[in-house]
Design a protein around this ligand. Structure first.
Ligand code: FMN
Length: 324
């Protein structure tokens, strides 16, 4: 595949369907795509950002990073190498990543093996089984983060308890934050298809304090049951060495790689990112992980006790702008 080669319609469908299965904050799917020959631009869709929860666009770019990783996985499966340029065009800052595809000359990379996990991966917000994750699986997750130049910091009991205090404080404050509540109502709860998080995917309401984020807190969700969650889940903070827009994109690629490798071992995750959506608790989490790295995602990781529920996606054609 050289600079003048064009992707076939089938290839474009496969690559962009893979992209749309990426996780994104509140399932906003804040991406658009443009294709020129073998080059795919992934753009930030400003109509799908969250001014209250994510004013800097950090979380939106993490979601875009996850979509980029999915495109690389699908490209590897199709026999293409891929390379990435973050923020490639200063005149078009909405282009977050440019992906260059080329014919593969080396044996199938490990990314190709993750293709089968793209549709199996879901955020799981129910209780986890009381089952320890084997050390070799934890190593695979660490390797997946490192492959994208990120670090998974696993919390020990003391760090987890300090995180628990931070979570409780942020949850209490958020109950009175009209802007965030209003934004969550726009994207979360009820019956939904295409985007946002339906009530069915919120998981049960925690019967007592737990390491799980109840995204519906502050408004009615009448059909959800109550449950006691595990008290000591495996908790990890996904961190990057830098803090800039390119680091957020990398964090998203690392997040999705960790999640897909986890899925291949039937390990699921949910997120406790409320502590990263406000500057003071985020600084405290940064201290918690040693003060040097930048925390990008707080993850609860484990084996699901019950089947999870999907949040659906828009068709890829709805976010596909142009084909040059
Ligand atoms: C940057 C980012 C932040 C997220 N924060 C949270 C969170 O704090 N709590 C949560 O339950 N899910 C969180 N999620 C997961 C999304 O809600 C989820 O990916 C989206 O609803 C799509 O569902 P799926 O992951 O099941 O495909 C986050 C995802 C991303 C990419």
């Amino acid at each position: 595949m050289n600079a003048t080669t064009t992707l076939t319609k089938d290839e474009v469908g496969i690559l962009l369907t893979a992209a749309t299965h990426a996780p994104s904050i509140h399932n906003t799917q804040p991406w658009r795509f443009e294709i020129r020959g073998p080059v795919i631009d992934v753009l930030l869709d400003r109509k799908r950002t969250l001014p209250a929860a994510d004013p800097a666009g950090r979380a939106a770019r993490i979601g875009i990073g996850a979509a980029v990783l999915n495109i690389r996985v699908a490209a590897a499966m199709l026999g293409h190498e891929s390379s990435i340029a973050p923020d490639p065009d200063p005149h078009h800052p909405e282009v977050v990543a440019r992906i260059f595809l080329a014919d593969r000359t080396t044996p199938a990379p490990p990314l190709a093996r993750l293709y089968g996990e793209l549709r199996r991966r879901h955020t799981y917000r129910g209780p986890m089984l009381d089952q320890i994750i084997a050390a070799r699986v934890l190593e695979r997750l660490d390797e997946a983060a490192r492959a994208e130049r990120a670090i998974l910091h696993w919390l020990d009991a003391g760090e987890a308890s300090r995180l628990g205090e931070l979570l409780r404080r942020v949850d209490d404050t958020e109950l009175h934050d009209e802007d965030r509540l209003h934004e969550r109502l726009r994207w979360i709860g009820g019956d939904r298809s295409g985007d946002g998080i339906p009530e069915s995917a919120l998981g049960p309401v925690p019967a007592r304090a737990a390491f799980v984020r109840d995204l519906s807190a502050g408004f009615d969700s009448p059909h959800r049951s109550q449950t006691v969650f595990e008290q000591r889940p495996a908790l990890a903070v996904l961190c990057t060495p830098q803090e800039d827009t390119a680091a957020w994109l990398r964090a998203g690629m690392a997040l999705e790689r960790v999640l897909l490798v986890g899925t291949s071992y039937d390990v699921t995750a949910s997120f406790l990112n409320q502590v990263l959506e406000h500057s003071t608790p985020r600084a405290a989490v940064r201290e918690l992980v040693g003060g040097r790295l930048w925390p990008q995602m707080v993850m609860r990781i484990g084996y699901p006790a019950h089947p999870g529920h999907e949040s659906s996606r828009r068709d890829w054609r709805e976010s596909f702008d142009q084909w040059f």
